[in-house]
Design a protein around this ligand. Sequence first.
Ligand code: DX5
Ligand code: ZN
Length: 220
Amino acid sequence: MTVRINPSILSADFANLESELASVSTADLIHVDIMDNHFVPNLTFGLPVVQRLQQVTPKPLDIHLMIDDPDRWAPGYAEAGAYSVTFHAEAAQNAVALARRLREIGARAGIALKPGTDVAPFLELLPEFDQVLVMTVEPGFGGQSFMENTMPKLALLREETTRLGLDVWLQVDGGITEKTIVTAAEAGADTFVAGSSVFSTGDPTAAIASLRAAAQAHIH
Ligand code: DX5
Ligand code: ZN
């Protein structure tokens, strides 16, 4: 199984995003957090910034929408050329219709679950998605601690994707370090978002390599 390491630019220097993107050239995808100060109590940026990022990096963008009304706003990110667009299950009116629309435009469709959101209703919908994001912190801020009690969701998701023979990426986001990435890989994740543990280290290339090695040794 393939390990993917997706640095989150939430922890990058927003005044120098182009050089920050260049510093993570060994990443698989670039994780971009969109927050609207309604769905989460924090605010980042929106579509115009994503359109510009898309122009200055050859890396595929992994958009994480922490916004209300993704049914209305998510397709614009797919139209901008984002490789993957993930919206929150708690915010979507019609998750399946939205995922179909994202795929139709040409993006991978992802659904994200907050720590308190049960995964059970989504297991039968897995063929509709290319990625499930299991939040391992409450969405909204970087630098929080990994919540190990979210791991049973990954185990269920991995069991179901294997049973159905689906290639759905299982992503974790929040508090991922060289230590917690092992726990998440063992639980069934294959796609790892890391913000502070990549950008706050001074050596993003080395950080990505260490995270990748730790995950690779425990993925199954
Ligand atoms: C949090 C964001 C994350 C954040 C993770 O709501 O979705 O992508 O950047 O940051 P770390 O890796 O520092 O926990
Ligand atoms: Zn995120």
